[in-house]
Write a protein that binds this ligand. Structure first.
Ligand SMILES: Nc1ncnc2c1ncn2[C@@H]1O[C@H](COP(=O)(O)OP(=O)(O)O)[C@@H](O)[C@H]1O
Ligand SMILES: [Mg+2]
Length: 242
């Protein structure tokens, strides 16, 4: 990777991964970090509102950066909490902004399992049949979301990644931090934020044979329902049944 006038040239580099909106490159100045930039070619959204929004972003590129500001506000709040608590939040660290030939690049901690790549997301683990074996860690992730009162607008199976961090395996939120509401009521009310976290945890395992149990605040295998079909039964063999 080369620099030109302090602009990082990513053209021709192979991304480590890409999501619906952004692609990831390993940071040339520190392999523990990744850089996210908006994808150069993205399929046109089917939804008319999203298509209009994209057109607006072309005319007013600064609008595209608004989610970044919301994300940063939530991140700042998290860091304040971290100073108080002297503990580690379940969210990938933000490490700055760099100018690239693809526009603004946001630098984050690379979540990985001790190799040079990136850790598997919940959706990748589900596809490879390994998610069931990781449910205790997913429970722990959910517990930490509530404990830290994380404000996030997009917790989904692609945005939760398994990593080895400070010697501990854990799931980490890598995208979707911040309150996207015009009036940030979730930021003001812990109760409303908890309601939103429950909905988002439902979404993390949507389309799998696992569900989020709001009362028990744990993930359950659908097969582990009791014969009455209402009371979820916990077993120590979730990994084998999910
Ligand atoms: N900090 C990170 N560490 C490891 N993997 C990541 C990190 N951020 C994103 N990823 C992986 O890259 C994918 C796409 O990144 P994401 O930020 O979710 O892009 P998008 O904005 O398009 O959804 C994620 O689904 C995840 O698998
Ligand atoms: Mg994402």
């Amino acid at each position: 990777m080369a620099w030109q006038s302090e602009i990082l040239l990513l053209e021709g580099e192979t991304p480590l991964a890409q999501g619906t909106h952004r692609m990831l490159f390993v940071a040339p100045f520190d392999p523990a970090l990744i850089i996210k930039v908006y994808r150069t070619s993205r399929p046109a959204p089917r939804n008319a509102w999203k298509r209009a929004k994209r057109g607006l972003h072309r005319v007013l590129p600064s609008l595209r950066e608004r989610p970044l500001l919301r994300e940063y506000a939530a991140y700042l709040e998290l860091k304040r909490q971290q100073v108080q608590r002297q503990a580690e939040p379940p969210v990938a660290n933000w490490c700055g902004i760099v100018a690239t030939n693809y526009g603004l690049g946001v630098v984050y901690e690379r979540i990985h399992l001790g190799d040079a790549g990136i850790g598997p997301s919940v959706s990748a683990l589900w596809r490879s049949g390994e998610l069931g074996a990781h449910l205790p860690l997913l429970d722990e992730f959910a517990r930490r979301l509530f404990d830290w009162n994380i404000h996030a607008n997009d917790i989904n199976a692609g945005n939760v990644v398994l990593g080895l961090r400070n010697g501990r395996h854990q799931f980490v939120l890598v995208d979707g931090l911040g309150d996207s509401h015009l009036i940030p009521i979730r930021t003001w009310s812990r109760r409303l934020n908890e309601r939103s976290l429950h909905k988002r945890l439902d979404k993390v395992v949507a389309g799998t044979t696992i569900h989020w149990d709001r009362l028990a605040r744990r993930f359950m295998c659908d097969e582990a329902q009791s014969s009455a079909g209402t009371v979820p039964r916990r077993t120590d063999t979730r990994g084998e049944t999910c």
